[in-house]
Design a protein around this ligand. Structure first.
Ligand SMILES: [Zn+2]
Length: 61
């Protein structure tokens, strides 16, 4: 069984499944995105740049 959020590590705690991006880092290799749990960011007063959503968006016509 695989986690739906899979693979994103939180920068604030050891748990996987970070669901927000709190910042990006630029270096010569390109840009790196730093992820965190929404809860962890919240506790630190960090405002996420963007949030991943698990729910598929219904497509309306
Ligand atoms: Zn966390």
């Amino acid at each position: 069984m695989t986690a739906r959020t899979g693979g994103r590590d939180c920068t604030y705690c050891p748990e996987p499944g970070a669901d927000t991006c709190v910042r990006t880092q630029q270096d010569e290799a390109g840009s790196r995105h730093i992820y965190a749990h929404r809860k962890c960011a919240d506790e630190r007063g960090v405002i996420p740049l963007y949030v991943f959503t698990d729910e598929p968006k219904p497509i309306r016509r």
